[in-house]
Design a protein around this ligand. Sequence first.
Ligand code: SIN
Ligand code: CO
Length: 393
Amino acid sequence: MPSIPPFSHLGDMPVETFIAEYWHKKPLLIRNAIGNAEWPLSADELAGLACEEGVESRLLVETPATGDWQLSHGPFEESRFSQLPAEHWTLLVQAVDHWLPEAADFVEQFRFIPSWRLDDLMISYAAKGGGVGPHYDNYDVFLIQAEGQRRWEIGGFYDEDAEFLPGKPVRILKQWQPQQTWILNPGDVLYLPPRIGHNGVAETDDCITYSVGYRAPQCGDMLMHFASFCAAQIKDEERYADPDLSLRLSSGEICHSDLERVQSLLRHWMEDGDAVNQWFGELVTEAKYDEQPAEPEYEVDSSQLVELLQQGGELRRSEGVRYAYSDCGSSLQLYVNGESFDCSADLRELLAMLSDHNQYSAQSLLPWQQHPEGLELLCTLVARGWLYFPVTD
Ligand code: SIN
Ligand code: CO
């Protein structure tokens, strides 16, 4: 089965227009963007997922009369859901696409944005009046109404100077003045760029909202990560050096020439295109959860892989595993799960296929059975648990 193609349009708007005019810039409401979507899971299945070990989930219960908010983290006992009040609560389950192939397929439609920008699919279920309060996030998000109705209010842009209500378990904006309000019905999508204030409140029971959220590494984290990537490759003998030192009047002064030497050392790394390339690929493909993926169920050698492909076996990218690739001079780098693999330029089509899709038909893989390097790479990816043969029924 081929991968689900990414949207070419959001409603009537070509995705090119969306990217040029809205992405990372301003909000957009798209009515009926997802016409006859097959929603990957029911409310019961979502609750079931929130009871599983390893799945990140939260339950937020509001008592409007007292202004009290109670937050608890999963995994939950099944009985927890029968003890909830009739209204004003919400269950939020993170990274559903990392666990369910159907949810991973749903997210494929959003790959008109580079796939390595994607974080996860969060799904929330709310009783009437349920929500997480007015807040802002530091990432782009598509909020997709799947069932019931949700009222969305949006406000202006906020930043870390914003004030939050004291003593609450979640960040709720103290000053909240909505500028626009919409009621979203199933299939409607609201796109929000980072830092836009928003408040979604369930208008009905059984309100299910999907959030396709992106990630943008924080600049401080990027610097730390890059520094440790470089540090791991720097020999102990590589140190600050000043053979051009000249006599000074004040021995305690740090002079411009000293700083220039330091800047030149740092620039050497920043301007090393191959280092930045490899580091960034590894960074953006790091797994969201350390324990993913699970141990591979099988190992194949190249002759077994060829046999399986010849029998029509398809492969799938393991849920939660991130792939990307980049050009590195005369060769290519494949990045998977925070690791990089040197590949020859011959593998370009294979790397593009692996990184752009999540399902690979036997037909699309068969040409690689003639290619020892491609075949070996596929065996490695299966052995590491980053590709698997899905069970077909
Ligand atoms: C939700 O689905 O309830 C809230 C998502 C959000 O506001 O970020
Ligand atoms: Co939000």
